[in-house]
Design a protein around this ligand. Structure first.
Ligand SMILES: [Zn+2]
Length: 67
């Protein structure tokens, strides 16, 4: 079965996996023109501010001010 390798029309297009090897494990129904279910759209459409904050966990040392 190769059904998992393509997004299904009318279903959430949430993808998991590495580049070129995606699966679409979410089968929640979505309305026409909508890509993701509520649950996943909340993850996908993270405000830029949130995204920046989540990336700051690995801020390189060069960001530290030289005193
Ligand atoms: Zn989903």
């Amino acid at each position: 079965m190769d059904n998992m390798s393509l997004p299904r029309p009318g279903c959430c297009k949430w993808a998991e996996g590495d580049a070129g090897n995606y699966t679409f494990p979410c089968s929640n129904r979505v309305e026409a023109g909508v890509s993701y279910c509520d649950e996943h759209s909340a993850i996908v459409y993270i405000p830029p501010e949130e995204r920046r904050r989540s990336r700051s966990g690995s801020v390189p040392m060069t960001f530290r001010r030289a005193a």
